[in-house]
Design a protein around this ligand. Structure first.
Ligand code: NCD
Length: 325
């Protein structure tokens, strides 16, 4: 049973699908879950800026009937006095039942989890991973296509520093028949560890291609996952200035895509999706952000081992949900 969520690799397939099923159930009837975390406290420790992730974690805990403490600005924490992340984790363990940590340095949530007495959720560690965004993305894809396999997924933009695409590719790479198209300039290409993980899935029909042209790739896609060029992670700011704006999705490019494709984006967007695309029914990025609350509610329930009442009109067979009647 999962104790922390630090990497998508921590999630076994059955556990992942269970969390998605619970999230799906919550989405149908959130009020049924309104008391399940009564008396529990979530700490959100955000050493790096965030809007969606922190607020959706807080909203998730409040919607479960729990409470929230934490900081959203490192300058208001004792880190500025020189406290280590590990010491912060030990202290916050005394004040909370679970913590969500975002940190600019890779693997800091992992170090904190080693000493914390409560479950630690990685809410984004540097350019490494963002597992709860991936749960959000999977729920969105499942909702739209009814499956997580045999899809063609275009990942576009900053594949080097974008942590969401690392986690997403690692998980979707475990599902048979998924085909990835990496749409990125050479300088921002997918890191080798993700490529290696996909290579290991060749035997289940997983493949990837590289196509630097968004126009050239878009026709083939079921999912187009756009990302922001991660300016804050560039050592060479002039490279950022050169690469920003390299991909812009607009209505002219959308006209080349399948009518069944969806556009996703973890947000925030800068200029990579023209706002004129927002009214296209294939633009799913705002729905995707809504899913973030449901999956975080499901994850908190799972990590805290909270009791939920089974629904009377639903039966579960091998962790799949079927409606009766
Ligand atoms: C992403 C992140 O923080 O990695 N945002 C988010 O959590 N939804 C994407 C980004 O910042 O570009």
């Amino acid at each position: 049973m999962l104790q922390n969520l630090l990497s998508v690799s921590d999630l076994k397939r059955a556990e992942l699908e269970h969390i998605l099923n619970v999230a799906d159930d919550i989405a149908e009837d959130p009020a049924r879950y309104g008391q399940v975390a009564n008396g529990k406290i979530l700490a959100t420790l955000f050493f790096e800026p965030s809007t969606r992730t922190r607020l959706s974690f807080e909203s998730a805990m409040l919607r479960l009937g729990g409470s929230v403490i934490g900081f959203s600005d490192v300058s208001s924490s004792s880190t500025t006095k020189g406290e280590s992340a590990e010491d912060t984790a030990m202290i916050v363990s005394c004040y909370s039942d679970i913590m969500a940590v975002r940190h600019p340095q890779m693997f800091t949530p992992h170090k904190m989890a080693k000493v914390a007495a409560v479950p630690v959720i990685n809410a984004g560690d540097g350019a490494n991973e963002h597992p709860t965004q991936t749960l959000t993305d999977l729920l969105t894809i499942q909702n739209r296509f009814g499956r997580l396999d045999n899809l063609t997924i275009g990942l576009c933009g900053d594949l080097k520093y974008g942590r969401t695409v690392h986690s997403l590719a690692k998980v979707l790479g475990r599902y048979p028949g998924n085909r990835f198209v990496f749409i990125a300039p050479d300088e921002l290409s997918m890191p080798q560890d993700v490529i290696d993980a996909l290579e290991e899935s060749k035997n289940i029909g997983v493949s990837y291609t590289i196509n630097q042209s968004l126009e050239g790739a878009i026709q083939t896609l079921d999912v187009l996952y756009m990302t922001r060029i991660q300016g804050e992670r560039f050592e060479d700011k002039s490279a950022y200035e050169r690469l920003r704006g390299v991909y812009v999705l607009d209505c002219a490019k959308m006209a080349l895509a399948s009518r069944d494709m969806i556009v996703m984006h973890p947000l925030p967007r800068v200029d990579e999706i023209d706002t004129e695309v927002d009214s296209d029914p294939r633009a799913w990025y705002f729905k995707q952000a809504q899913m973030g609350v449901y999956v975080r509610m499901a994850l908190i329930i799972h990590l805290l081992g909270l009791n939920t009442m089974p629904r009377e009109d639903v039966i579960y067979v091998a962790s799949k949900k079927y409606k009766i009647g």
